[in-house]
Design a protein around this ligand. Sequence first.
Ligand code: FEC
Length: 310
Amino acid sequence: MPWKATARVDRSASVPHMNDVAVIVMAYGSPEHLEDVPAYYADIRGGRPIRPELLADLVERYRRLGIEDGSPLNAITEETRAALECELGLPVFTGMRHWTPRIAEAVDRALADGARTLVGLVLAPHFSRMSIGTYRRLFEEAAGGRAELVFVESWGEEPGFVELLADRIRGAAHVVFTAHSLPARILDEGDPYRDQLLGSAAAIAEVAEIEDWSFSFQSESATGEPWLGPDILDHLDALHSRGVRRVLVCPIGFVSDHLEIRWDIDTEAQEKAAELGLELERIEMPNAEPRFVRVLAGIVRRALPVPSVT
Ligand code: FEC
């Protein structure tokens, strides 16, 4: 096969005793109540101003997502954490980038629990300085030299992940792989994000023996600068003009159900497809399903400096 197992890992740790090891599993985080949305959005913006109409629009999206009854992202992340802990037999703590429990809280709890080596794993497979790079910075700052650190930088071509998604798309007429867009300037900075996404998409299509596939970005923010494209809504137009009538959307830059899936794909893209007369379906996300948790456990085991952890 032309693609290889490539969980990219950065290790500063010397060989640890396994009872000194804890895993920090990191995710984006989501508000729990509508009144949390302004603080959550402020955290995402990192102090930069927020246009009132964008905040109102975001509150409305969260209202329609039904977060008052529970945030899918937070609940799924907790389920994943608990399942990963059972699978690994190591303590696993959740650290959220934009909500609680924060990455710093997770690191503090792991250290208070006796951990001396921390393995950082983000529930997003592809590296960008603006995404995984930020999780990594928060993880390192939180540890502040108090522990040996191992950080998994990317795992988008992890064979188990590739095979899991390949099984979801096999036999589809046309597959559109998607991932969160980022400001286009990252390409000038030599960021590997887009290449890693295209590498994952090609690997998954190859294993599923799908020849008719394409890639588009989604979830662009209104920040006033160009973002990576094509955006999925424009892409659906282009596919329709090419005569495509059925698409299966396969998000590869996310692993669970949340706002960007349930709103941007299940609502906006679905509405656009209906306007065009295009049949659009989406794969079920990996969420906390046992097969996916085993993939994550494998990545952690291989990241550890000792091969004997099974
Ligand atoms: O369900 C939920 O409550 C949270 C869903 C959610 C996920 C997510 C993942 C990623 N984001 C990434 C990059 C950016 C950049 C900006 C940005 C803005 C938002 C806003 C919301 C939001 N993101 Fe997000 N993202 C999620 C939610 N994201 C809400 C703010 C409102 C909006 O723009 O729609 C722009 C920041 C700025 O304004 O400067 C950049 C990337 C990922 C995938 C990796 C990961 O999961 O960490 C990259 C889930």
